[in-house]
Design a protein around this ligand. Structure first.
Ligand SMILES: NC(=O)c1ccc[n+]([C@@H]2O[C@H](COP(=O)([O-])OP(=O)(O)OC[C@H]3O[C@@H](n4cnc5c(N)ncnc54)[C@H](OP(=O)(O)O)[C@@H]3O)[C@@H](O)[C@H]2O)c1
Length: 329
């Protein structure tokens, strides 16, 4: 297919609600040295896009948006060695700009998509799945017999992380916001499900674990769940705080960790765990392996045309989505 001269992409001039997102017509960019141009088949929607839109994680403005996409390489810049025109690639670590029909990115931010994995699946899992990878294998090492708590277990990261941790031998206690999400979570890795808007999480965790508490609590909800995560840990347990869907956690006194039983807290981000090309390739390979061997089934809960990006943001921010969400450019 010949390259058009212009493309549709998403831009915003001020931080704010979904209404700041504008669909604009811009020239198709050319790749510079070390860069590739991809024609995106699908773009992944992520909570980080909301933090960047609202300004919780501010971007220099005006800006594009979007970290996650999969597509086909259309052009390569000088010095590119990893890819050729026609290769199928996916990305999650390039500078923002994935919300568009085409995307220019450093070749070091792309991985090859295996032939037996669709570009839609790749766009649905690159950021969320590599996040699950580093969370269960590196930020905390999930082992056979571990009991773990996972908030937002029916979400994009949640469904992948629950299945991956379960395949490593963990007992997964997932929290969700509705009965429908509870059913989905049970079908994707969660052994036990807590409706955290109605039940006291720490009390239920203690019941489920016969008073032990969990070895690790994976918390991406943040402000609303931080206390219950700490209270659910066993002695020397680890809280892996990796998001702020309900708002950022306020400062806290480290003595709380001593009183809670010599607890650990880490606040990791994917970009520090795939900081080199070697780490990126290793994380993506591990992710594609668990998809191919059936340990992790990818659930694309909803798909929106790129033109409906505002509606997609409203759905994700409003707890209306399950699993991964795609934008189709
Ligand atoms: N640290 C990292 O490197 C990293 C990387 C990727 C993602 N993350 C984080 O992981 C989390 C999940 O990301 P995702 O893209 O897969 O999103 P998601 O889990 O599909 O969506 C967020 C979910 O959080 C729950 N939630 C609870 N309270 C909420 C509130 N007040 N507002 C909105 N949602 C609320 C909702 O599930 P219920 O209705 O079931 O409560 C909602 O569906 C996000 O916090 C994200 O920032 C972190």
């Amino acid at each position: 297919m010949p390259l058009p001269s212009t493309m549709q992409s998403v831009r915003f001039d001020t931080h704010g609600g979904p209404e700041v997102l504008q669909l604009v017509e811009t020239p198709v960019p050319s790749p510079g040295p070390g860069e590739i141009l991809i024609r995106s088949a699908a773009v992944g929607l992520n909570f980080i896009d909301i933090y960047q839109r609202t300004g919780l994680y501010p971007l220099p403005l005006p800006s594009g948006l979007g970290k996650e996409a999969a597509g086909v390489v259309e052009a390569v810049g000088d010095g590119v060695v990893r890819f050729e025109v026609g290769d199928r690639i996916a990305t999650a670590t390039a500078p923002v700009g994935a919300y568009g029909q085409f995307h220019v990115l450093p070749e070091t931010a792309a991985v090859r998509v295996p032939d037996d994995i669709s570009l839609e699946t790749a766009a649905a899992v690159m950021l969320k799945g590599m996040t699950a990878e580093f969370l269960v294998r590196r930020a905390f090492h999930v082992k056979q017999g571990d009991e773990i708590l996972l908030h937002a277990a029916a979400g994009g990261v949640g469904l992948i992380l629950a299945q991956w941790a379960r395949s490593l031998g963990a007992t997964v206690i997932g929290t969700v916001g509705s009965e429908a999400k509870a059913e989905l979570a049970r079908a994707h890795g969660s052994n036990h499900v807590i409706l955290y808007d109605r039940e006291d999480v720490a009390t239920r965790v203690k019941e489920i674990t016969d008073g032990r508490g969990v070895a690790a609590a994976y918390d991406s909800v943040g402000a609303a769940t931080f206390e219950s995560s700490l209270a659910s840990l066993k002695r020397r347990g680890t809280l892996i705080l990796f998001g702020n869907a309900s708002g950022p956690v306020p400062p806290f006194d480290p003595l709380r960790l001593s009183r809670g039983g010599s607890l650990y807290v880490t606040r990791p981000t994917l970009f520090d765990y795939v900081a080199t090309v070697e780490e990126l390739d290793a994380s993506a390979t591990a992710l594609f392996d668990v998809i191919r061997n059936g340990a992790v089934k990818v659930e694309i809960g909803q798909t929106f045309p790129l033109a409906n990006v505002r509606e997609a943001h409203e759905a994700l921010a409003g707890r209306k989505t399950t699993g991964s969400t795609l934008l189709i450019p």
